[in-house]
Design a protein around this ligand. Structure first.
Ligand code: CUA
Length: 332
């Protein structure tokens, strides 16, 4: 804890922390500078230009172009500087690096469910390795929650019906607070947890331990990775009936699809990211791939958010069929 006199600062433990704090202190110093400067000027002018017998009426002062340009240009430059600086931090926070490891987060009243790609799952705890970028793909089963780790200086809404992402890279081992910071009902204030930052080797050991206590998302599924679970769901729901590689196929091929772009009926082109895949499972008619009939039924209500995340993870593991240059977005 750093006590600044006005604010209590949480410890900082991510690559963002320094940037965010520097910006915050700059804003704080700027505000202080103008607040004191303006107040001091007001007081000085009250004393200097107070009404006196010798000078009963105020002088008639004409405008000053120089002054007007100055007090327009300087605040404009300051405001644009604030915009550029904060926007660069914001953009950086919105764009996980390509080598980031992905972890799924599902919020629900009133807990955080965490799923690691290797199979281990946990509740109200998030174990992460030190010095590795971690991308969180997050959604909610019910209402809006917000994922907040003060020590990492990250905060992102967790919204039902869509995927939000955030990322961080931890710079210090230790245990840090995790809060829900969007009022989400009776036990909102108890929707808290811990982020545990471990050395990379210790994290690997922790993953390898598996789900020792039979709680959490993976309880009934032991330590199946989301991709393995997704494969089972893919078979169970008969997805292969349409998405198989062969003659007579009626659905688009999925191998190589994630990360590519897709041409839609109507001519739009969209990125086939996790959000698009999720939408295509739950609301397949929203954005139909060019050349295909809107035949796919919706899976909304038949699969949980964790199922959808597992299916997306599985689709990401599929490789494009041999011979195909990329995935095929047009009908066979
Ligand atoms: Cu969840 Cu507040």
């Amino acid at each position: 804890m750093l006590f600044t006199g006005f604010f209590i600062f949480p410890k900082s433990a991510s690559t963002f922390a320094g940037e965010v704090d520097a910006f915050y202190f700059f804003m704080w110093a700027l505000t202080l500078f103008f607040a004191i400067g303006i107040a001091a000027t007001v007081i000085a002018f009250i004393i200097r230009y107070r009404r006196s017998d010798e000078n009963p009426a105020g002088a008639d002062i004409e405008g000053s172009l120089q002054l007007e340009i100055m007090w327009t240009a300087i605040p404009f430059a300051i405001a644009m500087g604030i915009f550029a600086w904060s926007a660069s931090i914001f953009v950086n926070m919105q764009r996980p690096p390509d080598n980031a490891m992905e972890i799924f987060v599902v919020g629900k009243q009133w807990m955080w469910k965490i799923q690691h790609m290797e199979g281990r799952s946990e509740i109200n705890q998030l174990h992460v390795p030190l010095g590795k970028p971690v991308k969180l793909t997050m959604t909610s089963e019910d209402v809006i929650h917000s994922f907040y780790v003060p020590a990492f200086r990250i905060k992102a809404d967790v919204v039902p019906g869509r995927y939000n992402t955030t990322w961080f890279e931890a710079t210090k081992t230790g245990t840090y607070h995790l809060f829900c910071t969007e009022y989400c009902g009776t036990n909102h204030s108890r929707m808290i947890g811990q982020v545990v930052v471990m050395e990379q080797a210790a994290y690997q050991d922790w993953l390898a331990e598996g789900n020792t206590n039979a709680t959490g998302i993976g309880a009934s599924l032991a330590n199946l990775s989301p991709a393995a679970r997704g494969e089972a769901l893919f078979t169970e729901h008969g997805c292969k009936t349409c998405h198989f590689d062969g003659p007579g196929r009626v659905g688009p091929l999925l191998g190589g699809l994630p990360g590519s772009t897709v041409k839609l009926e109507g001519g739009d082109v969209v990125a086939a990211d996790s959000r698009y895949l999720r939408e295509s499972i739950l609301n397949p008619r929203a954005r139909v791939v060019e050349g295909y009939e809107p035949l796919m039924p919706t899976f909304a209500g038949r699969v949980s958010e964790e199922d959808v995340m597992s299916l997306v993870a599985y689709i990401k593991t599929l490789s494009p069929p041999p011979g195909a240059e990329a995935h095929t977005t047009t009908a066979p």
